[in-house]
Design a protein. Structure first.
Length: 368
């Protein structure tokens, strides 16, 4: 089980975050694929969409959001409102929706905030290679966290470019369950993928450092964090991301949509009394959480599958309605982050985070 020291560590890493106040969190999730594993020629699920767990959060008295749903003029036979009832298609298509604009503006003007944990499942699946490579190095203790993340980012970018080779490598070596006798060959096969890119300016320093580090790991025949695991299983489940806010925001109340497997996992943590599960059909705050989380999920697909050049080009041709929705989306996130930086939790590569910053910068420049 996770140690409650995670709360102490979180406070050190985010000294301005408020983990102590009493908030009420509502949750839904998107891209909950239950388990992520590698098959002979592919993964069991596309990796372009982040797993997102989140929704609405407020402090104090519970708000009445019936006026929001009444104003949306949805069909009377809809028992449970989801994103598809408000906006359809990919992220850019969703931005064409007038109902979405009203939804986002309503939340911005209310005393509601959004919260979410967003996990890049491919990035999460490969970062242990870097952590394993530096684990036994004396210099590892001196490496800055941002530099380690820089190495992970380069490996992630490489994996996306050579995903077929990476899948083949992972499958053939039962990653992340390497055997001691296979470590040398795994490292050799992995660093062969580096060869085509190592002289390119954007990759050179990171891949060169990582290759040298992996050579050191060969001497010990050990990559500790990708051994003694289950063959081919990259992510066993997402229970950690449900546990995390319960432990960090221990003075808050956490309300989840019914999820049998997660409720069974959480039941093992007898000390946790600050959560419960409800039927989403009976709760508008859960349904509103579905709308926001669904939109955030589509946003991650757009970011993860688009280049910076493509994003810049797309934003020159969006309609006024689409731009208004982008602005409302960004403003709602900013409002929530300004309320409490701890409301937003991201595990992602620098590569994808830079694209998010690019979008924010494009819109900021447009307003100045």
């Amino acid at each position: 089980m996770m140690s409650f020291d995670v709360r102490t560590i979180a406070k050190i890493l985010a000294p301005t975050a408020d983990f102590d106040s009493s908030f009420t969190f509502y949750y839904d999730e998107t891209n909950n694929i239950r388990k992520f594993y590698v098959k002979e020629n592919d993964f069991n699920s596309p990796f372009s969409s982040n797993f997102v767990l989140g929704g609405l959060v407020y402090e104090g008295k519970s708000p009445n959001i019936e006026p929001l749903f009444n104003k949306l003029n949805l069909q009377k036979n809809i028992k449970e409102v989801k994103l598809k009832h408000i906006a359809k298609g990919d992220f850019l298509d969703c931005l064409k929706s007038e109902k979405l604009n009203y939804f986002l503006k309503y939340l911005f003007d209310s005393n509601l905030y959004i919260h979410c944990s967003s996990l890049n499942i491919l990035y999460w699946s490969i970062v242990d290679i870097v952590d394993s490579a530096i684990a036994d190095l004396e210099i590892a203790r001196q490496l800055d966290l941002s530099f380690v993340n820089y190495l992970k980012n380069d490996l992630y970018k490489l994996a996306k470019l050579e995903i077929k080779q990476v899948i083949e490598l992972f499958y053939n070596f039962n990653y992340p369950n390497l055997k001691k006798e296979s470590v040398l060959e795994f490292i050799e096969r992995l660093t062969l993928i580096f060869d085509e890119y190592i002289d390119e300016e954007e990759f050179h320093f990171g891949l060169q450092f990582l290759r040298q580090t992996l050579k050191e790991a060969r001497r010990n025949k050990s990559l500790p964090f990708i051994m003694n695991e289950e063959d081919h299983v990259l992510i066993e489940d997402f229970s950690h991301f449900y546990l995390r806010p319960l432990q960090l925001f221990k003075n808050s109340t956490h309300i989840f949509d019914n999820e049998v497997k997660i409720s069974q996992i959480l039941a093992d943590y007898k000390e946790l009394k600050n959560y419960y599960f409800i039927d989403s059909e009976s709760n508008l705050l859960i349904q509103a959480s579905d709308v926001f989380v669904g939109l955030m999920g589509k946003f991650t697909i757009y970011v993860n599958s688009s280049s910076k050049e493509q994003i810049a080009h797309d934003f020159t041709s969006l309609s006024e309605k689409q731009l208004n929705n982008v602005d409302s989306f960004i403003e709602l996130i900013n409002k929530s982050e300004n309320k409490n930086v701890a409301f937003l939790h991201r595990i992602d590569s620098y590569e994808e985070l830079e694209k998010v910053f690019l979008i924010c910068n494009i819109r900021d420049k447009n307003h100045t």
